[in-house]
Design a protein. Structure first.
Length: 245
C-alpha cells in the first residue's frame, strides 16, 4: 500500500442497526497521507463503516488511530483526536451563513485553545473560492455543489488528520464532481489522510492510492487503486460502460 505508517487500522469491525448486523468483521487500514477508497454496491455497508469509525454508531472490533486504541472513545473524543466526517446528507445549518457554518467546524481547535484557528478560514476559501464569495449567504440557499463544498470546508476547519468522506459526488453535476475530486487530490498533498466512500468508482480509483471493494458487509477485494482498476471483476461490475448512480 505505502511505506508510510498506518494512521488508521480497523480489524474485525462489526456494526449495524438494532439487531441487524451490517458489517460482519470488516478489516482495513489507511497509511498516513494517503487516499483510501471503499467502493461497492448500495447497501453493502459503506456508510455504516464510516459512521462506526467516527463513533456515530456503536461497533465491536479493533479500532486504532495513530497507534492508539480508540474503540471505546466517544464521538467527541475522536473529533478531538483529529478525525472528521463529511456525511452523505451534509447536515449543514441552513439558517446560518456560510462563514458561521465554517467557524462551527473549528470547535475542536477552539476547545483545545489552539492559536490561529481562524486562519483555517483562509485555507478553506483558497480551496473553495465560491464559498468566500458566498460567505454571508445562508447555507440553505446554496446549490448542491456549494453545499458539498461547505460540508467539506467545515470538516477541514478542525484541521483533521483523518477525513472521512461519504459519497462526496452524490447528486452533483460532472463539472462540480471534477472540482470535488481536484480538492481531494490537493488535500492529500497537504498530508491529510482520506477515507473515501464513493459510488463513482472510476473517479474514486483515479484519485486513490489504495482501494477496497465492500460487498455484503465484508471486504471482497483489495489492492492498489491501479490494480483494482484493472481487475476484471471490478471493471465488469463497477467500471463498465453503464453509468452507475
Amino acid at each position: 500500500m505505502s511505506s508510510a505508517p498506518d494512521l488508521l487500522v480497523v480489524r474485525g469491525l462489526h456494526a449495524g442497526y438494532g439487531k441487524a448486523e451490517v458489517l460482519t468483521g470488516l478489516s482495513l487500514h489507511a497509511a498516513t497521507g494517503s487516499v483510501v477508497t471503499v467502493i461497492g454496491p448500495n447497501g453493502a455497508g459503506k456508510s455504516t463503516m464510516l459512521n462506526a469509525i467516527m463513533g456515530v454508531l456503536p461497533a465491536r472490533g479493533e479500532l486504532r488511530f495513530e497507534g492508539n486504541d480508540i474503540a471505546q472513545d466517544s464521538l467527541e473524543e475522536r473529533v478531538l483526536r483529529g478525525i472528521a466526517l463529511v456525511p452523505e446528507r451534509r447536515e449543514l445549518f441552513g439558517s446560518m451563513p456560510v462563514e458561521d457554518n465554517l467557524v462551527l467546524g473549528a470547535f475542536r481547535r477552539f476547545r483545545l485553545r489552539q492559536p490561529g484557528w481562524r486562519d483555517e478560514l483562509d485555507k478553506v476559501y483558497a480551496l473553495f473560492p465560491r464559498l468566500k464569495e458566498r460567505r454571508t449567504q445562508l447555507a440553505g440557499t446554496l446549490s448542491g455543489g456549494e453545499r458539498q463544498m461547505l460540508a467539506i470546508g467545515r470538516a477541514l476547519m478542525s484541521a483533521p488528520r483523518l477525513l472521512l468522506l461519504d459519497e462526496p459526488s452524490l447528486g452533483l453535476a460532472p463539472l462540480i464532481v471534477r472540482d470535488i475530486f481536484r480538492v481531494i487530490a490537493q488535500l492529500r498533498a497537504t498530508g491529510v489522510t482520506l477515507l473515501l466512500v464513493e459510488q463513482n468508482a472510476r473517479a474514486a480509483l483515479e484519485v486513490a492510492d489504495y482501494g477496497y471493494v465492500l460487498e455484503t458487509g465484508e471486504i471482497a477485494l483489495q489492492g492498489s487503486a491501479q490494480e483494482l482498476a484493472r481487475d476484471p471483476r471490478v471493471v465488469e461490475t463497477y467500471l463498465g460502460t453503464q453509468k452507475r448512480s
